[in-house]
Design a protein around this ligand. Structure first.
Ligand SMILES: [Zn+2]
Length: 559
């Protein structure tokens, strides 16, 4: 049997296939669990309905600690949390592979989650062009995953530059985070408090804890309560923090978790679905729609609540059991569905991963050893110039990228394409591989009529201005400020600045240089113009390191 066909056939034995998008905004694969509940009487069975508990175990709110940046003191923080029985989420910088492979893995071993804190922690996420924001988010996630083998679904914004007051920029962040598989972020999903990271203050902790947990509770489990920001204090400070956590959490009501488990539970309980499949005497069969744990970022079970209390609840593919006194039943994922044991970067060539921007297509051709894989699911993540954002595929093939963005700024800078492929290997071990492609330089031209008009207008403008400059024989040293700006555009930014006209110069790149409008008259704020580093604006947007050699394997143990 051809390899691709075999992978598809085996896949379809577990997942139900194309997800119902309306109830599954991340378009994760879905599978169904059949659950049979036995009631004391037929009338109970006739009336019984099932739903998801908003939080597990009757908890009123979810609580965890949150620590940012790749710090040496993070390990001591993890030991402090371990001693008082809470978990943390460490938001780490994805471009630092040595730290991730050493400290990152130790933090995971101590029961914590790892989140994405971008590729290189730029201080200007609020002004970077969309492609660079996308690159920071996506490569940050891939860097953390391939070095720690932890599945990343949580994101904390460097310098908390969330741009809450700028709907366009804020919308860009939330769209790109969703497209890159993030389910939790520090801008929307937490009631956060800290109590002086350097010299912990018990009074401030008490007040912050009360406020944050009240907000989390009011949200009905929609947001978590999280404490901390930076591992800044000494060992004595850690002891104070540990005592604060233990004393305040002792009141009860907390689900002691981390960002991944919280986000996985929330996604499952809000986007999963339960339907009655049949009623027969005292027995009711329910079909529960679930999402595989590798995509949710955690294996946390869901909890079912029945409107009439059943005597027993069974599932052939998972071990259901009652929990607490609230009549909840905990339903784990199907046996055999788990988190990836390894997460590795592979070369695009090995995975047959390629993109043709002119044709608007992206392709994956799985290697021959994929013939032994089961439950293959690829998620292709594409840069902001494509409206589609992400493509979920259950086999190799060529996929249409669809409509392009109409915002010129989405075409500026390096464009990153990435694919994650989840699969079960021949020994039924879940694994994930990542591959990344870069595209630089000019994108193929727009086709929309409106854009065509703008291109022609801009081209005419370039010709006119070039002629003007040539005719007046001015050089840059002798020009008035306004003209100097024009010449600077003509020499350095001809391709971008003039092709896209005023829109591009209103973009973040120009704000960085102090120019908010190319038609600016007089000296721009911040003194005389200076040329940006590098030849082209695209090159000057590259911030921080690229992924290192851990991303460039030609094989992952099979030919
Ligand atoms: Zn930070």
């Amino acid at each position: 049997m051809p390899s691709a066909k075999r992978a598809l056939l085996l896949f379809s034995s577990v997942f139900v296939g194309a997800p119902a998008l309306a109830a599954n905004p991340s378009a994760f694969p879905e599978y169904v669990q059949r659950v049979e509940a036995e009631f004391a009487t037929e009338s109970d069975a006739a009336a019984a309905e099932a739903s998801f508990s908003p939080l597990p175990n009757g908890a009123r709110y979810a609580f965890f600690c949150r620590w940012d940046d790749n710090r040496a003191a993070n390990v001591r923080k993890a030991e402090m949390m371990d001693a008082v029985g809470v978990k943390g989420t460490f938001f780490l910088i994805g471009g630092k592979s040595a730290y991730l492979q050493d400290t990152g893995r130790r933090l995971v071993a101590l029961g914590n989650a790892i989140g994405n804190h971008s590729l290189s922690h730029p201080s200007n996420m609020d002004t970077l062009p969309p492609n660079e924001v996308f690159r920071q988010i996506l490569l940050g996630r891939i860097g953390v995953e391939t070095n720690t083998w932890w599945t990343v679904t949580a994101f904390a914004m460097p310098w908390t530059r969330w741009c809450m007051g700028d709907p366009k920029r804020h919308g860009l962040f939330t769209r790109l985070l969703a497209n890159t598989g993030h389910l939790w972020n520090d801008g929307h999903d937490a009631a956060h408090f800290s109590a002086n990271d350097t010299a912990p203050d018990p009074g401030k902790f008490r007040a912050g804890f009360a406020e944050a947990t009240a907000r989390a509770e009011e949200s009905g489990g929609t947001i978590s309560a999280d404490f901390g920001t930076h591992a800044d204090c000494d060992e004595a400070g850690d002891t104070v923090q540990g005592r604060c956590i233990a004393e305040n959490l002792s009141v009860g009501g907390a689900w002691r978790t981390h960002a991944n488990a919280f986000a996985a539970y929330r996604y499952s309980s809000r986007n999963g679905r339960i339907a009655v499949a049949g009623r027969d005497g005292c027995t009711v069969a329910f079909d529960v729609v679930r999402f595989p744990p590798a995509f949710l970022g955690d294996q946390v079970p869901v909890e079912l609540v029945f409107s009439r209390q059943p005597q027993t609840v069974r599932c052939k593919t998972a071990d259901v059991r009652p929990v607490g006194k609230g009549g909840c039943w905990t339903l784990p994922h199907n046996r055999g569905l788990g988190m990836p044991h390894t997460i590795q970067g592979v070369t695009p060539g090995w995975l047959g991963f390629d993109v043709d921007e002119a044709a608007g297509t992206v392709r994956i051709a799985l290697p021959s050893c994929a013939a032994t894989w089961r439950d293959v699911c690829a998620v292709i993540m594409v840069p902001p110039m494509w409206r589609r954002g992400r493509i979920v595929a259950f086999d190799g093939g060529t996929f249409q990228l669809g409509d392009r963005s109409e915002d010129p700024v989405d075409f500026e800078g390096i464009r990153i394409y990435a694919v994650s492929v989840d699969y079960m290997d021949e020994a039924c071990v879940p694994r994930r591989v990542w591959s990344v492609l870069e595209r630089r330089g000019e994108t193929p031209p727009f086709v929309s009529a409106e854009q065509g008009r703008e291109n022609r207008h801009n081209a005419a403008m370039v010709r006119g201005l070039s002629a003007l400059v040539a005719a007046t024989a001015l050089d840059s040293s002798g020009l008035a400020d306004a003209s100097r700006i024009l010449v600077w555009h003509l020499t350095d930014l001809h391709d971008v600045g003039f092709r896209w006209g005023s829109d591009i110069v209103k973009s973040s790149y120009w704000r960085q240089t102090g120019i908010s409008d190319w038609r600016l008259r007089g000296r721009p704020p911040g003194g005389p113009l200076t040329r940006p580093e590098g030849r082209s604006p695209a090159a000057s947007h590259v911030v921080g390191p690229s992924l290192d050699a851990t991303m460039n394997r030609d094989t992952i143990g099979c030919a």
